[in-house]
Ligand binder design. Structure first.
Ligand SMILES: CC(C)(COP(=O)(O)OP(=O)(O)OC[C@H]1O[C@@H](n2cnc3c(N)ncnc32)[C@H](O)[C@@H]1OP(=O)(O)O)[C@@H](O)C(=O)NCCC(=O)NCCS
Length: 166
């Protein structure tokens, strides 16, 4: 499969981790998907399949991976443009890196990116029981605007719908 896709409009960029390590954000490409999927199935009980990720890259969603200096993948996000609203479909950090500020770095990157594209808002769904994610979103300024009944098919859990005005 070709590794050219629309996500390449997201620039590769660097940032510093809390310990001073230089980290790199780069567009999610097909060659990244084995590592992405490894993280995905280890942190989500109800997760995307590998073909879900292939389709996401193929249709040009905005995917981004975060790596450390050694090239190890720390986490990723995927966002989809819907007219003037960015829909955050995925954000995840590998379990070994939880609680070290990497989720915050990914969130800040996707919010900056949506602003660069002059989106008016960002929307996402989250399990109300997912305390780290809900905290991350609230601290970013997201507000709960609704509930999607039975959104998570595994245990028919509802989703909170949260929105950030950009
Ligand atoms: C949600 C997730 C991305 C957060 O990543 P992380 O690197 O562990 O988070 P950080 O260390 O950057 O912390 C982010 C914020 O969440 C808060 N937080 C982190 N862990 C927390 C916990 N266990 N309980 C409550 N708050 C927590 C922190 O206080 C921090 O606050 P800040 O917004 O002021 O920076 C990560 O837990 C994850 O990958 N979870 C599995 C996948 C997932 O559930 N994704 C979201 C689906 S909607």
């Amino acid at each position: 499969m070709s590794d050219t896709n629309r996500t390449e409009d997201m620039d590769t960029s660097s940032c510093y981790a809390a310990d001073g390590e230089i980290l790199t954000f780069s567009p999610m490409l097909f060659k990244d998907l084995h590592e992405v999927y490894y993280i995905e199935q280890s942190v989500f009980s109800y997760h995307w399949t590998y073909p879900n990720f292939e389709s996401s890259v193929a249709i040009g969603n905005h995917g981004c991976v975060l790596r450390n200096e050694a090239g190890k993948m720390i986490g990723y996000f995927i966002a989809m443009e819907a007219v003037d609203e960015m829909h955050l479909l995925k954000i995840a950090v590998a379990e070994e890196f939880h609680g070290k500020g990497y989720g915050r770095l990914l969130m800040d990157r996707v919010v900056d990116f949506a602003r660069e594209l002059e989106m008016e808002s960002m929307i996402l769904e989250v399990r109300p029981t997912n305390d780290p994610a809900v905290a991350l979103y609230k601290n970013t300024g997201f507000q709960t605007i609704g509930v999607r009944k039975g959104y998570y098919a595994d245990i028919r859990e509802d989703a909170l719908v949260m929105r950030l005005v950009l």
